[in-house]
Design a protein around this ligand. Structure first.
Ligand SMILES: [Zn+2]
Length: 201
């Protein structure tokens, strides 16, 4: 976080900090930080609030071990609210729930975005040891052929009842499908747009 001056005066010393999972984008909790709590959050890399009930700095997870590891801190347009992106260690709420709003934070579909970015990076910054980079190097025919092969393999596995093998082929197909999109220079978002335009609620 750059050294943007926060408007602590407007909020009488305490600034609300919205805590969000950096990967799933799930809102996890809300807490308050004074200047000292924000400093400690930045210097330790673990979210520290000023606890109004305890009347002191409180590092989330200091007793439970369920720390919130800081990924990024953003300041809002009025400089009086923080958005803290974290990687949570374990459930966030003292009740044992994933979030303080009793929501689940278990969706793993967000990982497709990480994968997509990694594939793009392998294309733009190829290394000899990367399988993905080697696919791009072989050209579009090879990439398309791989998608075809993986499609056939999942068809074959779908006729059996081996969960592990089927999921393995499903992962292979999805991965090579993403590589094909990247090789063609299209974004997954563009495919989503097509699907959304077809989706009638
Ligand atoms: Zn809670």
């Amino acid at each position: 976080m750059e050294n943007i001056r926060l408007d602590f005066e407007k909020t009488e010393g305490l600034i609300p900090a919205i805590v969000q999972d950096a990967e799933s984008k799930q809102v996890l909790m809300l807490g308050y930080m004074n200047e000292e709590a924000l400093e400690k959050t930045k210097s330790t890399g673990r979210v520290t609030f000023f606890s109004r009930s305890k009347g002191r700095l409180w590092t989330k997870g200091e007793t439970s071990g369920n720390f919130l590891n800081v990924k990024k801190v953003l300041v809002d347009c009025d400089r009086d609210t923080l958005l803290v992106y974290v990687d949570p260690v374990g459930p966030v709420c003292h009740t044992g729930a994933d979030t303080c709003f009793a929501e689940e934070n278990s969706s793993k579909t967000f990982f497709i975005d990480t994968l997509r970015k990694t594939i793009k990076d392998r294309k733009n910054n190829p290394s000899d040891s990367s399988y993905t980079a080697s696919l791009f190097a072989k050209g579009i025919n090879k990439v398309a052929q791989k998608v075809g092969e993986e499609a056939v393999e999942i068809v074959i596995e779908s006729k059996d009842d081996n969960k592990e093998l089927f999921l393995g082929e499903a992962a292979d197909l999805l991965f090579h499908y993403l590589v094909l999109l990247e090789a063609k220079g299209y974004e997954l978002d563009e495919v989503m747009e097509v699907l959304m335009s077809r989706h009638k609620g």
